[in-house]
Design a binder for this molecule. Structure first.
Ligand code: UTP
Length: 289
């Protein structure tokens, strides 16, 4: 069996209710962060981690995602004719080689666990990554690359975590560690939205995972959990009885693009760090204050 992490699952079939009406006709993860869609950054991160095949779990009305990762002969030939080589390179930068992306319909948004389960046939019998694309992670090395290195080191399953803002741990999925020493620690369990004061740590599960394929049969037999959805955390808790899980506190900054203020923060941050437009962006933003 290949132990390398070659494939990543990107569940994008949620309804994006927190960013409506923007996400009504544009899939949430196709919304722009400054000059490119959220998914462009996430694919770049995946590639930096050595991912060779991306499996998107999509819903109805999300054809724009497939179109974005396909050639666009009209646009490309118009740019070629006009000699706009720089824009052409931008348009082509995210394109996969044919066969490096798959698109699976979830058919009903039954929860993150169900979305991941939809990838079972394409993943097969090898470890794989899960990337929740609403979480943009600015990191060097890339956040998923840090998780893959941790997997190379300790094997099993890896969950990327980060400290919750002071007093906000009860809003998140929080990990319970055997002991907290350095950034990579063996887990004992996890709790979804613990009551204030009962949090086992301040580290929340932030949207990147490396999982073993043994998660699939557990997702298959799972009933509905919290919120009437099939939860990934419930299946991971079950798998933890048989296999080690480590929490990796990654080094970097996360922007949660799943709500309006997080998306705004990401827009400002990525505009400020843009290689050619960053200085103009800074002037434009300070002019607003
Ligand atoms: P979220 O709950 O953050 O996304 O799920 P959402 O449902 O789109 O957002 P809101 O709460 O309505 O605003 C985390 C990720 O899992 C995907 C979502 O698309 C998102 O990328 N997801 C969630 C699915 O693919 N299928 C589901 O059934 C649920």
């Amino acid at each position: 069996m290949d132990r390398r992490v070659r494939k990543a699952v990107l569940p994008v079939a949620g309804l994006g209710t927190r960013v409506l009406p923007g996400a009504k006709t544009t899939p949430k993860n196709m919304l722009n962060v400054f000059d490119r869609p959220i998914l462009s950054y996430v694919i770049e991160e995946g590639r930096a981690a050595g991912i060779e095949h991306f499996v998107f779990i999509v819903g109805r009305g999300q054809g724009a995602i497939e179109d974005y990762f396909d050639a666009s002969p009209e646009i490309e030939s118009a740019l070629e004719a006009k000699g706009k080589a720089d824009i052409l390179a931008e348009v082509r930068r995210d394109l996969p080689k044919p066969g490096q992306m798959s698109f699976v319909r979830q058919m009903a948004p039954l929860g993150l666990g169900h979305a991941v389960w939809c990838a079972r046939d394409i993943i097969g019998d090898e470890p794989f990554a899960v990337m929740l694309p609403d979480m943009l992670m600015a990191a060097e090395p890339a956040a998923l690359a840090q998780a893959v290195s941790a997997h190379d080191q300790v094997g099993g399953n890896i969950i990327v975590v980060e400290p919750a803002p002071e007093g906000e741990a009860h809003k998140y999925g929080i990990v319970d560690l055997e002991r907290q020493e350095g950034r990579l620690n063996r887990m004992r369990g996890m709790v979804e939205k613990p009551a204030p004061g009962t949090e086992p740590s301040n580290l929340f599960i932030s949207g990147r995972y490396v999982l073993q394929p043994d998660i699939f049969p557990l997702l298959e037999k799972q009933g509905k959990g919290a919120g009437g959805e099939i939860q990934l955390t419930d299946a991971m808790a079950e798998l933890m009885k048989a296999q080690p899980f480590h929490a990796l506190e990654y080094e970097g900054v996360t922007y949660d693009c799943g709500d309006k203020i997080g998306l705004l923060r990401a827009n400002v941050a990525f505009a400020l760090r843009h290689p050619s437009l960053g200085a103009d962006a800074r002037a434009a933003i300070s002019g607003l204050l």
